[in-house]
Write a protein that binds this ligand. Structure first.
Ligand SMILES: N[C@@H](CCC(=O)N[C@@H](CS)C(=O)NCC(=O)O)C(=O)O
Length: 340
């Protein structure tokens, strides 16, 4: 049924697969686009609802930052842990709670905001959907503040519409082109995106959130095979995955590899190797981290607080500590040359 497995997971036999313990990501319901007659590209019109621990949101915050759209697309940030069983509405919901205390820091998280996109000061991301009769609850959400409607809640599509309309949305004149216009290059981008989505971005969740040993092992193998493949791809000295220019492929790989050593190695049981063990991928990670806006578009505090919350007794592992703490380590491409 699913058309594009670079965007979303194949849904065939999803019910049976879930019953066997496989984590199968669902399909997003809002699929309009900026540029449709109802949603003209204009600075100041659009809004994002995100959580900084969510890797799908991270794609979108990265696109907003590198395209220079931070002043023209507003954004609300949810607390990294969802609601719990004691919540009057229910557990497992994203909450706008700037005063909530993070167990990791013993203080509120300064990036977290109240909800401002609808102007109604909603508490839960779910309520943004409920206004439109939907029972979805996921982030990211791209919202139109003029039409007062959700535009789209599929990150792969949101980053493409931000790129396509970056000029009209108020983007920086010197911004990168994320999706190449050249058809040959575009087909490389699409093929790499698909492999990276299936085996790395979503593959990490399949490894970490499935309760079946065989599904986990297959996801683990595929994840590390793809890392080895990308390590070889970068070994010719190219700066980015499709050549000398930063593209959508780099943007979509980054949120997963940024989380690998400090979070996924433990949480997703992806403990075959660290990013530090891949000198080319490590240097690539540091190169992307250095780009304007990238470091500020993510937060490892939110990631560590969020991933080790409900499913990890609320206790957050402290490492890695050697050879350096993260994210400081991402400022050191030289660390990747140390072989252990
Ligand atoms: N297809 C969506 C997936 C987004 C997604 O799965 N977000 C997670 C957070 S990382 C979520 O909010 N899930 C809703 C839930 O589990 O209740 C996208 O890429 O935009």
């Amino acid at each position: 049924m699913t058309k594009n497995t670079a965007t979303e997971e194949d849904q065939s036999k999803a019910k049976e697969r879930r019953a066997r313990g496989e984590f199968v990501r669902g399909v997003s319901g809002f699929r309009n686009a900026i540029g449709d007659p109802d949603f003209p590209p204009e600075p100041g019109r659009y809004h994002l609802f995100v959580a900084l621990n969510c890797p799908w949101c991270h794609r979108v915050t990265l696109a907003r930052a590198v395209l220079g759209l931070k002043n023209s697309i507003t954004m609300d940030v949810a607390f990294p842990n969802r609601t719990d069983e004691a919540d009057p509405v229910g557990p497992n919901l994203w909450e706008f709670a700037p005063k909530r205390i993070a167990s990791l820091t013993g203080a509120p998280l300064p990036e977290c905001t109240i909800e401002t996109g609808t102007g109604e000061g909603l508490r839960l991301a779910k309520e943004v959907y409920q206004r439109e009769g939907s029972d979805e609850q996921s982030v990211p959400i791209l919202y139109d503040k003029i039409a007062r409607r959700i535009v789209n809640n599929e990150s792969a599509e949101i980053i493409r519409m931000l790129d396509r309309h970056a000029g009209a949305l108020g983007g920086a004149p010197n911004r990168p082109t994320l999706v190449p216009h050249d058809p040959a290059l575009l087909s490389d981008v699409n093929a790499l995106n698909e492999r990276i989505y299936v085996t790395i971005n979503n593959g990490a969740y399949k490894a970490g959130f499935s309760s079946d040993q065989a599904v986990y092992e297959q996801a683990y193998e595929a994840y590390f095979e793809s890392l080895a493949f990308l390590e070889v791809l970068l070994s010719d000295g190219r700066a980015f995955l499709t050549g000398e220019a930063f593209s959508e492929v780099d943007l979509r790989l980054f949120p997963t590899l940024y989380r690998h050593d400090p979070v996924y190695y433990v949480r997703m049981k992806l403990n075959g190797a660290r990013m530090l063990d891949y000198p080319n991928l490590w240097r690539w990670l540091c190169r992307v981290y250095e780009l304007d806006g990238v470091a500020a578009a993510g937060s490892l505090i939110h990631c560590r607080q969020g991933y080790f919350g409900r499913s990890w007794n609320g206790v957050v592992p402290l490492g890695p500590q050697l050879p350096m703490r993260y994210p400081e380590a991402y400022r050191h491409p030289d660390l990747g040359l140390i072989s252990t």
